[in-house]
Design a protein around this ligand. Structure first.
Ligand code: FE
Length: 358
């Protein structure tokens, strides 16, 4: 499919153009040049959630712009953008981690976007840094890195902070996915911001000493490990837990209801927040439509898709999380700029290598 050249955005709204043509008495010839139905926006997405289909369809319905989606993981997308260079067909990029968004910015794969809509609707700490031309990436939903634990073996006070996960009391009880998975790199990058390098490396050493098993599987596997008794405590993104809570499968529901749930660090800096974020590609051929798509992602309607479809927290103040997440109670989140967390992950990876956290 060839990529059409950019047109003024108002011509994309088929219905609006038709009405305008009628009202203004535009000639039939002009109407014949009305928007082509195959306007396409090329999206590279690391979001791995089936529920996003409805999110994209809604955009197409509203704008007439079709989404041509390429899916890969965050690292795969960044590698592909680099390899494609100026020939890249990518217009807009969705990644699911702050560290990767930060990396994309460092590698000059995005372009700044100045948008009043994005500045108004997305809290400043959830956007990339802005040197005056606008940020290069924008958080469009958040997820909290939570702790789940075995209520029969541990008390809430044993696991109410990330620091305590390294306490000798939890020896042989901790389950967690790979240390260098982006979700963990960003959590550790946040801890580095709060505790400083020496205390963070000691803490990581403590995590390794407490492992119940070698890191393996995804976050859902860690929750299941706690429910089965193999693990005493584990770390997971909030949406994996909410997905189990909302599951129609009674076994999944039982898993989620069996484990204790903790939002860590409520007495200190707050629970660690990561983002799914969007960026306009450096060599976007359809820049205006790409910006329109990113702005759409923070509309109330799209925010509800993130909340109800994939159990993420909306970034827009005033859009409520879904009932399963709301049932977990209110909690405090950290306010450290997510761009700093991303930047810290380079140093974190070196620490992980030193302490042998695979
Ligand atoms: Fe995920």
């Amino acid at each position: 499919m060839p990529i059409p050249t950019a047109r003024p955005l108002r011509t994309l709204r088929t219905l609006g153009v038709t009405l305008a043509a009628v009202v203004l008495g535009t000639s039939p010839a002009a109407q014949a040049q009305a928007p082509s139905p195959d306007r396409v926006l090329n999206l590279y997405s690391a979001r791995h959630y089936q529920t996003d289909e409805a999110l994209y369809e809604n955009f197409t319905k509203a704008t007439g712009i079709r989404i041509n989606r390429v899916e890969a993981d965050d690292a795969g997308i960044l590698a592909r953008l680099k390899a494609e260079g100026t020939a890249s067909p990518a217009d807009v990029i969705l990644l699911v981690d702050a560290a990767r968004l930060w990396r994309g910015e460092q590698d000059d794969l995005f372009q700044p976007v100045k948008s009043a809509v994005l500045e108004q609707r997305i809290p400043a700490q959830l956007r990339g840094s802005d040197a005056g031309q606008g940020a290069q990436w924008f958080g469009v939903s958040t997820r909290v890195r939570m702790v789940v634990y075995d209520k029969t073996r541990l008390k809430p006070a044993d696991v109410d902070s990330y620091e305590k996960l390294a306490s000798p009391q939890l020896k042989g009880l901790l389950c967690v996915r790979s240390g260098s998975h982006p979700y963990n790199l960003s959590l550790f990058g946040s801890v580095l911001e709060h505790l400083g390098p020496q205390a963070t490396e000691d803490w990581l050493k403590g995590l390794v000493a407490n492992l119940a098993r070698q890191p393996k599987g995804g976050d859902t596997d860690q929750i299941k490990g706690v429910a089965s008794g193999e693990c005493g405590v584990a770390v997971t993104n909030s949406y994996y837990l909410a997905r189990l809570l909302r599951s129609n499968n009674p076994d999944d529901k039982a898993v989620a209801e069996k484990v204790g749930v903790m939002f860590p660090n409520q007495a200190s800096w707050g629970a660690h927040v990561n983002i799914a974020g969007a960026a306009v590609a450096r060599n976007a051929k359809n820049r205006a439509a790409a910006v329109q798509f990113v702005e759409y992602l923070v509309s109330d309607a799209a925010q509800r898709y993130f909340a109800d479809g994939n159990n993420e927290f909306p970034v827009v103040v005033g859009v409520a999380p879904n009932a399963a997440l709301a049932s977990l109670g209110r909690f405090k989140t950290e306010t450290v700029p997510i761009a700093k967390v991303g930047a810290n992950t380079v140093q974190v990876q070196q620490m992980l290598d030193r302490v042998g956290f695979k």
